[in-house]
Design a binder for this molecule. Structure first.
Ligand SMILES: CC(C)(COP(=O)(O)OP(=O)(O)OC[C@H]1O[C@@H](n2cnc3c(N)ncnc32)[C@H](O)[C@@H]1OP(=O)(O)O)[C@@H](O)C(=O)NCCC(=O)NCCS
Length: 179
């Protein structure tokens, strides 16, 4: 499947497609919020920013299969929590598109975009413990746990997040066992 990323600008048709994507991944929503996706989930994701981060540093992409079919999304914050780090706030595909290689492909498109930001040398991801089953996905893509664990809270759901990072500098990367 040919996939691409499209940066979302908040237009109503985009927000409608994004809302359908989020509603197409209900088990993710239940694990991180304790309930199914809500009606305003796309708007909430579009405007979510860590405190003090300017809107220009938020890059929300639709994962597109062809010109019109949004099948996932990726949310990246440039320069957070440090100026040389980019946080992947979310990489998500609808459940019907999971488990067939699209996530890997979408991740590589995200990484290629971040590689063009000269000040960024680390990618960071925070995985809520209730999503720990996805850790092997991030490890396969070159991420490693830092040992840092942060408190996580959403409404009444109280948990912890596991922090993983990946260096974008070739000289910091572990050798590829295949080479
Ligand atoms: C996480 C997600 C983006 C992964 O995308 P995907 O298309 O399902 O994953 P892929 O098929 O591209 O898998 C890539 C590799 O990771 C591995 N992998 C993916 N999910 C895995 C899992 N849950 N457990 C073990 N390995 C997994 C695959 O086996 C594959 O390994 P391989 O190279 O040996 O074949 C997707 O499953 C998703 O949207 N999940 C819901 C949202 C979510 O949890 N996002 C992460 C938030 S931290």
């Amino acid at each position: 499947m040919y996939i691409d990323l499209r940066r979302l600008t908040g237009q109503p048709c985009e927000m409608g497609a994004l809302q359908k994507v989020l509603e197409g991944a209900p088990s993710y929503a239940k694990r991180v919020t304790g309930h199914p996706p809500e009606g305003a989930e796309a708007r909430r994701l579009f405007s979510a920013l860590p405190p003090g981060v300017p809107c220009d540093n938020k890059y929300l992409y639709g994962v597109m299969a062809g010109e019109h079919d949004m099948i996932g999304c990726a949310d990246v914050i440039r320069g957070w929590p440090t100026p040389s780090t980019a946080l992947i706030g979310l990489l998500l595909l609808t459940e019907m598109h999971q488990g067939c290689g699209v996530g890997r492909c979408a991740y590589h498109l995200v990484e290629a975009k971040v590689q063009r930001w000269p000040e960024i040398d680390v990618l960071r991801i925070s995985v809520v413990c209730s999503l720990a089953a996805v850790l092997p996905f991030w490890r396969r893509l070159g991420f490693a746990e830092t040992g840092e664990v942060q408190p996580y809270r959403y409404d009444t759901l109280v948990s912890e997040s596991i922090i993983l990072t990946k260096s974008l500098r070739d000289d910091d990367r572990p050798p590829d066992p295949a080479s």
